[in-house]
Design a protein around this ligand. Structure first.
Ligand code: ATP
Length: 230
């Protein structure tokens, strides 16, 4: 379980997070929605161990991220633009980053992860420089799979994806969650949030002001709630 327990974060004069609490269970997809500056990236960066909260705790399977670096081995991160080596192929990037995380796989296993991430077979050996944003993200997902991450944190993963790539991305996320991976996704994109998420949290000025279960709310209701809230 990912748990934010009363997280507060102050940057000089700005109180970016105010007593933020939520949890994400394995197999859940929790989408954090909010305007620019609502505190989504700050939340993700605390879970990644890049920021230390001013107060409160971020726990990964009951291990405090700030106190124990081992907690980070349970997570993988997909940023808006997945940074990979342009002169290496998809499979070479995957091999490089999984080795860096301490895993050694055969070419067949690496290809298996790329297939699981839905990257078409003919792209596996193409140079990254020729990849679209959606294809880069699939390599990012394959890296997360190869690291055996129990949780994946994503920051604006669907921004700039075309509709087909967004649909494919949603499918991969749902497959991951069906396999027990928990996903925490920060996004502005209501359509994708309602489409991908099992739970939605709406943030405003560092606080979580609404949470909703997507099986109990329509896209229109969520949109109305979001517009009213922000
Ligand atoms: N390094 C920093 N120093 C000072 N203030 C910061 C810093 N990083 C973020 N902030 C402030 O903290 C608040 C939350 O920012 P954050 O980036 O977490 O929001 P966000 O919801 O991710 O926004 P966006 O959608 O634009 O990425 C904002 O007021 C922002 O200006």
């Amino acid at each position: 379980m990912l748990q934010a327990n009363k997280l507060s974060m102050r940057y000089n004069d700005t109180l970016a997070l105010k007593d933020l609490s939520f949890s994400v269970a394995p197999g859940e997809i929790f989408c954090l929605l909010g305007q620019n500056g609502a505190g989504k990236t700050t939340t993700i960066n605390i879970f990644l161990g890049l920021l230390k909260p001013t107060s409160g705790e971020a726990l990964i399977d009951n291990i405090s991220v700030t106190k124990h670096k081992t907690a980070r081995s349970l997570i993988a991160y997909i940023p808006e633009i997945v940074q990979l080596y342009g002169n290496l192929s998809g499979i070479e990037n995957l091999e490089f980053f999984s080795k860096l995380a301490g895993f050694s796989y055969s070419k067949k296993e690496l290809s298996g992860y790329l297939n699981q991430a839905n990257l078409q077979e003919e792209a596996h050996h193409k140079k990254l420089a020729e990849y679209s944003k959606g294809m880069r993200q699939k390599v990012g997902i394959a890296i997360a799979l190869a690291k055996n991450a129990t949780y994946i944190l994503m920051d604006e993963p669907t921004s700039g994806l075309d509709p087909k790539a967004s649909v494919e991305f949603a499918k991969v996320c749902k497959d991951l969650s069906a396999n027990g991976v928990g996903i925490l996704m920060a996004t502005h994109d209501i359509f994708n949030a309602v489409n991908i998420g099992s739970k939605i949290g709406i943030m405003r000025e560092g606080a979580l002001v609404h949470t909703a279960d997507t099986s109990k709310i329509t896209a229109q209701e969520l949109q109305d709630l979001y517009i009213k809230t922000i």
